[in-house]
Design a protein around this ligand. Structure first.
Ligand code: AKG
Ligand code: FE2
Length: 339
């Protein structure tokens, strides 16, 4: 159950770096994760088993969004169909900032590299959640590094899921079926600098994440805040070398409410002097496969693709197609009880 908190716990993953981790250390680690996700729903993880440093991760953002990155014209060649009707990609690719919204961010998204699915798409051709990634043709090295980062974060997420299974008293393989044809999304985000009069205003609206687990790299700009049970917004500043990991709505349901999906938001940084900085952040959303049957400890179940299409109705980059999503979800193709 969620409790009040004034800061987020920090947990070391050093036990995972050993080629043959000590079972006692793994059990202790699983208990610490369980405690964090049961109280705050958020945790800082440090001593990460990743080959990417923070600099490596944010270099990707800079190569895409920075002053020497892609032009707006080049970015729009990668834009989702919502924004450029002649583009084929509906789910992966670029989304520009939305005028007038308090989600002042542009982003670039990719899924599992070279995903091969053995299932027919759940959706109409309008929404193929298993579609291939899109990259700019002159960005082969960028593509290789993005896909490598996706692969490393996927395997870290898989290890966290085994630890969470252990904490539930289940076998370490309990969540392994989530990995089959996983739809996990790596999202590079750029919040452009805001004008002086908009300092400390919302640039990412309060929300919970919809899926299973989110692994977030954030840069040193600051602005991420997490809501406690009193409704206070607790600052979640950059902690060097760490990522922030949080529980999504679906995982909260899987755990029967034992783990909490906590509201979070981003406010633009206070301008100390000179120019305001923009913010880079890189959330990785761990997602099961399209047809994965996700069961809760209480016996409820939902097909992941149905869950995600339903959630898409509220996502800013799909607003103009919300009705089509509703039709797809409501067309009776998947006869399952939603949570
Ligand atoms: O930019 C951030 O740090 C937060 C992003 C976020 O919460 C999200 O994309 O779900
Ligand atoms: Fe989020």
């Amino acid at each position: 159950m969620s409790t009040s908190f004034s800061s987020l716990p920090v947990v070391s993953l050093s036990a995972l770096s050993s080629p043959s981790p000590d079972p006692g250390e793994l059990t202790a680690l699983s208990t610490r994760l369980d405690e964090a996700f049961s109280t705050t729903g958020f945790v800082y993880l440090k001593d990460l088993p990743l080959t990417f440093s923070h600099e490596d991760v944010f270099a990707l953002c800079d190569e895409f969004f920075g002053a020497n990155g892609l032009s707006m014209e080049e970015k729009m060649t990668l834009a989702k169909k919502t924004f450029i009707k002649t583009n084929k990609n509906t789910y992966r690719g670029y989304f520009p900032t939305q005028a007038g919204a308090d989600n002042v961010k542009e982003g670039f998204e990719l899924g599992t590299p070279s995903i091969k699915t053995t299932v027919l798409p759940l959706t109409s051709s309008k929404f193929d959640l298993t579609e291939p990634n899109v990259f700019h043709p002159s960005y082969a090295d960028f593509q290789a590094r993005c896909e490598m980062l996706h692969t490393e974060l996927q395997s870290l997420a898989a290890r966290l899921l085994s630890l969470l299974a252990i904490s539930l008293g289940k076998p370490a393989t309990f969540f392994d079926h989530y990995l089959f044809e996983s739809l996990s999304t790596l999202r590079l985000l750029h919040y452009p600098p805001v004008p002086a009069e908009r300092q400390q205003e919302l640039i990412c609206t309060p929300h919970t994440d919809s899926g299973i687990l989110t692994l977030l790299h954030q840069d040193s700009t600051g602005g991420l805040e997490v809501q406690n049970t009193e409704g206070d917004w607790i600052s979640a500043p950059y902690v060097p070398g760490s990522i922030v990991v949080n529980i999504g709505d679906l995982m909260a349901k899987v755990s029967g409410g034992r783990w909490v999906a906590t509201f979070h938001r981003v406010r633009s940084a206070r301008r100390e002097s000179g120019e305001a900085k923009g913010r880079y952040s890189v959330p990785f959303f761990f997602e099961p496969g399209l047809k994965c049957l996700v069961k809760s400890v209480e016996g409820d179940e939902v097909v992941y693709g149905v869950h995600v299409l339903d959630k898409m109705k509220g996502w800013v980059e799909f607003q103009d197609v919300a009705e089509e999503v509703a039709d797809i979800v409501g067309d009776g193709r998947m006869e399952v009880e939603a949570f």
